[in-house]
Design a protein around this ligand. Structure first.
Ligand code: ADP
Ligand code: MG
Ligand code: MG
Length: 458
């Protein structure tokens, strides 16, 4: 390639001052990028995905998902890493161990969990079942000496206030540590080849060790369990409850977060059995409950964090990333949300995307709940809607490159491991960037509205 960057980009590249030899603040107008260059990058990216396993099962192929290695398609991804301020990225990383510790502390306060969720329990059958398991563990005085958390705290950058605000904390089945790392590798590889022509530096895409660090945390927990003959059980679907006569050191839940994972009583019995066992649960029932939206909202109330943490600076850092969160028994806020529903998101106690209520549906749902006059409102919380900056992005789906307006959500993985009083691990473990079409309220990667992305630090 003999073109200079300015030729390819129509002179639109402005690279800011250099610090530590790394170019900063690229100002790129993606509209101006040479089409031929994009085509080359698309081709290279697709080849890279196939070679490095950035693939998922292809639903259109019948045997896909049943026979390993059959019917694969590249995972949806963004062609370029998303520009993101380095200061906010650092802030999100710094928050990770503090949130890990908070989850652990809150999980030990059984009364707080039961009291906070008591109204929700009456109207939400799924949360009620989880709380029942929790109560039974209290009755038998079940102790969890070794506690392993593999979490992901998600954030959006609010455009108007420039604040990094937490969307939610995931304590169960935190998704995409594997594919997320690969997208960072892909972007680094693309920028190593084409960065010069784009005025982008691959070193600005932070290294993302999420998969290896999660695996290391699992290995460390297994070592603490201290039985070399024991195994790690991955619960990936209800059928895979069979323990095979081997002692299980760790039960890792990649399922069990949604009512669909419990089609009959036997799945609930299995969850109960696992909770009762001496295996390390990732997550334990109390870690799972700490990750509910209701607990997120209760923790945001004045003076609640102080119950669990001593360090004033840590508390201030957490509070700074809390968006507005309200219970529906706050009549002033319900009135405001009926008036201006677009400023709010209404959330039930569910995980996995696609469950929240937005826009005029918020008004409709609130008015309906008011009319019913029941306690059904306790199933939900209200949250301030965050409006991140919209940017044009090249999105790759099924081998085709689309351009669309998008917004992004940054997740930071965290691992926590404790044996009695000894904290063995408390660290951030890489990140997940998801970029979604801005016209979609929610829409996950699997649903086809979002793609996997990485960061370009600015
Ligand atoms: P889940 O546990 O199902 O992932 P989330 O709270 O993460 O639930 O909500 C799902 C999606 O909805 C998020 O990924 C984000 O795109 C959108 N969302 C959630 N809360 C907000 C908010 N306060 N402002 C804007 N978008 C939000
Ligand atoms: Mg979640
Ligand atoms: Mg989420």
């Amino acid at each position: 390639m003999s073109q200079k960057p300015s030729q390819v980009l129509g002179g639109k590249v402005e690279v800011g001052e250099t610090q530590e030899g790394i170019s900063k603040r690229p100002m790129i107008d993606f509209h101006e990028i040479d089409e031929g260059l994009v085509e080359k990058m698309v081709y290279d990216a697709l080849v890279w995905s196939s070679l490095h396993g950035l693939v998922v099962g292809d639903k259109s192929v019948q045997r896909s998902g049943k026979v390993p290695g059959v019917g694969m398609v590249h995972a949806p991804f963004a062609l370029f890493p998303m520009p993101f301020p380095e200061s906010h990225w650092k802030q999100a990383y710094e928050l990770s161990p503090i949130f890990n510790e908070l989850v652990d502390r809150v999980s030990l306060d059984a009364k707080f969990l039961q009291d906070s969720l008591s109204r929700t329990k009456k109207v939400d059958a799924f949360t009620s079942r989880l709380l029942d398991i929790h109560s039974k563990m209290l009755e038998i005085n079940k102790k969890e000496d070794i506690r392993l958390g593999l979490h992901r705290s998600d954030y959006m950058l609010d455009e108007e206030t420039k604040q990094l605000l937490q969307i939610e904390m995931n304590t169960i089945s935190s998704s995409f540590p594997g594919l997320g790392c690969l997208v960072s590798d892909l972007h680094r590889s693309l920028l190593n080849h084409y960065g010069e022509y784009l005025g982008l530096d691959s070193r600005r895409v932070p290294n993302n060790p999420a998969a290896t660090q999660f695996v290391e945390a699992l290995a460390k927990a297994w070592t603490e369990y201290n039985n070399p003959r024991s195994v790690i059980l991955f619960v990936v679907q209800p059928e895979e409850r069979n323990m095979g006569g081997q002692e299980v050191a760790i039960v890792y839940f990649r399922a069990g977060y949604t009512p669909i994972d419990y089609p009959s009583e036997s799945e609930w019995r299995a969850r109960f059995l696992m909770e009762q066992s001496s295996a390390i649960k990732c997550p334990s029932i109390s870690y799972h409950l700490v990750g509910t939206k209701k607990i997120q909202q209760e923790l945001a109330k004045p003076n609640v964090l102080e119950r669990f943490l001593n360090d004033k600076e840590d508390i201030a850092k957490l509070r700074k990333c809390f968006a507005g969160l309200w219970s529906l028994d706050d009549s002033d806020i319900v009135r405001k949300a009926i008036e201006i529903p677009g400023l709010f998101v209404m959330k039930p106690q569910r995980e996995g995307g696609g469950n929240n209520i937005y826009g005029d549906d918020v008004r409709e749902a609130l008015v309906r709940l008011q009319k019913e006059g029941s306690e059904a409102d306790a199933a939900y919380i209200l949250m301030q809607r965050i409006f991140p900056t919209v940017s044009h992005t090249f999105l790759m789906r099924e081998g085709i490159c689309y351009k669309d307006d998008t917004i992004s959500e940054l997740g930071v993985y965290g691992a926590y491991l404790r044996n009695k009083d000894k904290v063995i691990l408390n660290d951030q473990c890489g990140y997940l960037m998801r970029t979604k079409v801005s016209s979609s309220d929610e829409g996950g990667v699997a649903a086809g509205f979002a793609v996997l992305d990485s960061l370009y630090l600015t």
